[in-house]
Design a protein. Structure first.
Length: 295
């Protein structure tokens, strides 16, 4: 008998010993378990804690491609979901699975909802998380864009370039940070100035561990230090001594792909596509039309 069948059999008995359980998996792999029962539950290798004060509204479900949605509410505590983690964006897009479970026999359970966290609000010691079902992903426009620059992200499946190769990334200690947006390192003499521009900065340790940002500027300062500026501030502030990873930048041009990364075979742009001026040019009125200059 499957878990769902065992739950249905229990419900048909007329004795209701059921509760709800939620598992929240952040993008960094951290898993949180919650339940509205009065004691902890354990299954699937997760401990669903009862002392978190988490509750959820009724689940709105519909047939077809309509998005299933609900909302979860809970208290902000140091032992459960912390306000600092929400502010840092660690729960943005986290996966959520909700079960209806027989707390007297947790093998009798059924998944009622699977999706991710949408809008997340906090205040007055509590948080409100909008939960969006899997069909929400179908609302995203998909397709190929025909453009000269490469449409891939450096290191992703389409690009297929290994950014961990020697010479294309650096892991080291940060000397200082300003406004969680400007960072100073040692000279990094093995990398020419601008090497990391349009790349990524990833925080590996400290209060901002797991956060990352797009690099706007990479310059060598007069005092010999290397300054890395981000387009947007990180949502938590790293401190001097934190471990940082810098990943080389790519400006999406064909020449950069060929000369800097030697990865032309995976270039996802169309460098020879005609410009708009060529597409809309009027027909030639020249008497000679032998393929020469248009004058």
């Amino acid at each position: 008998m499957s878990n769902a069948e065992a739950l249905h059999t229990h419900l048909e008995s007329g004795i209701g010993t059921v509760s709800r359980a939620w598992a929240v998996t952040r993008r960094d792999g951290t898993v949180y378990g919650f339940t509205d029962h009065d004691r902890d539950l354990n299954f699937d290798g997760i401990t669903f804690r009862a002392d978190t004060g988490l509750s959820a509204r009724a689940l709105q479900q519909a047939t077809g491609l309509s998005v299933d949605n609900t909302e979860a509410m809970g208290a902000l505590t140091d032992t459960a979901i912390r306000e600092e983690d929400i502010a840092a964006g660690r729960f943005d897009g986290a996966e959520v699975v909700s079960w209806l479970v027989n707390w007297a026999d947790v093998s009798a359970r059924r998944i009622m909802f699977r999706g991710h966290i949408g809008e997340l609000r906090r205040g007055n010691g509590a948080f409100h998380a909008e939960l969006r079902g899997l069909t929400d992903l179908l609302n995203r426009p998909l397709g190929r864009v025909y453009q000269k620059p490469c449409s891939a992200v450096l290191g992703d499946k389409a690009c297929a370039f290994d950014v961990s190769r020697a010479g294309y990334s650096h892991e080291g200690v940060m000397l200082s940070a300003q406004d969680a947006r400007s960072f100073r390192f040692e000279q990094l003499s093995t990398f020419e100035p601008g090497w990391f521009q349009r790349g990524r900065l990833e925080v590996l340790s400290g209060a901002a561990a797991g956060l990352s940002g797009a690099i706007k500027r990479d310059v060598l300062e007069a005092d010999g230090t290397r300054r890395i500026d981000l387009w947007d501030s990180l949502r938590a502030t790293p401190e001097a001594g934190d471990q940082i990873r810098l990943i080389a930048g790519c400006d999406k041009r064909f020449e950069t792909c060929r000369l800097k990364f030697n990865n032309v075979i995976n270039y996802q742009g169309f460098p020879d596509i005609p410009e708009e001026d060529w597409v809309f040019v009027h027909a030639s009125q020249a008497k000679t039309t032998g393929g020469g200059s248009r004058r």
